[in-house]
Design a protein around this ligand. Structure first.
Ligand code: CA
Length: 222
């Protein structure tokens, strides 16, 4: 999962990137509204954290422009404490949730997890797919009840496939959702990661759909 953080307070932006990175997400940062708007308009983020008080272009305008352009990614807005009117205008502009500053990183992470799983159509923090179980809050995967040891990128890839299980995901889509903006993106590396995941779990769980991409097989019920 790849996230965008638009926050002009550089210390807070760094803290957000650190906490989200530790939780297994790829994170891009923008420090003003223009840059944030551009990135959110051109890159396929799974969710965005958007401060409202921003230089160049304020957060509400950024959000309104994204929504007018049909960008539907979940957006968590950061508002000043006690500014209830900001929360109202933010939600009316298309925000999915808000956090009032100052906040605890744990609460921010919980809200992001909730936005991501809802966007993918999951109600709980655990996603099951046959013998595989993803614990979103703990950022851990188990196979038949045994913890699977994964690198950050392997986890990101498997987590993305599990959030979208049963759907064919192209290599391009995976590259766009796994790597940060400045990363040297090479879709051939996806094949390498898929190979490793097959070895660490079970080969038949990740299907190759020739010419299209990959699909996490949904086992027959019962
Ligand atoms: Ca600000």
């Amino acid at each position: 999962m790849r996230l965008l953080v638009v926050e002009d307070d550089k210390d807070l932006a760094r803290q957000l990137r650190g906490a989200l990175g530790d939780a297994g997400y790829a994170v891009d940062l923008a420090h003003d509204g223009e840059e944030g708007h551009f990135l959110g308009d051109t890159e396929p983020y799974d969710a965005v954290i958007l401060d409202l008080g921003l230089p160049e272009l304020d957060g509400i305008t950024v959000l309104q422009r994204w929504r007018e352009a049909g960008r539907v990614m979940p957006v968590l807005i950061l508002t000043a404490r006690d500014r209830w009117s900001d929360k109202v205008s933010g939600i009316d502009a298309g925000a999915d949730d808000y956090l009032a500053k100052p906040f605890h990183m744990e609460e921010m992470l919980a809200r992001i997890r909730a936005l991501l799983r809802r966007a993918a159509g999951h109600a709980s923090n655990e996603i099951q797919c046959g013998p595989l179980r993803l614990d979103i809050a703990a950022a851990k995967v188990s196979l038949d009840g045994q913890a699977v040891s994964l690198t950050a990128l392997e986890f990101r890839l498997l987590s993305y496939l599990m959030h979208h299980q049963g759907k064919v995901i192209s290599r391009t889509e995976l590259v766009e959702h796994l790597y940060e903006q400045d990363f040297d993106k090479d879709s051939n590396t996806i094949e390498v990661f898929v190979g490793r995941l097959r070895r660490k779990t079970r080969a038949e769980l990740i299907e190759t759909v020739r010419g299209l991409g990959y699909r996490l097989a949904v086992p027959d019920a019962g």
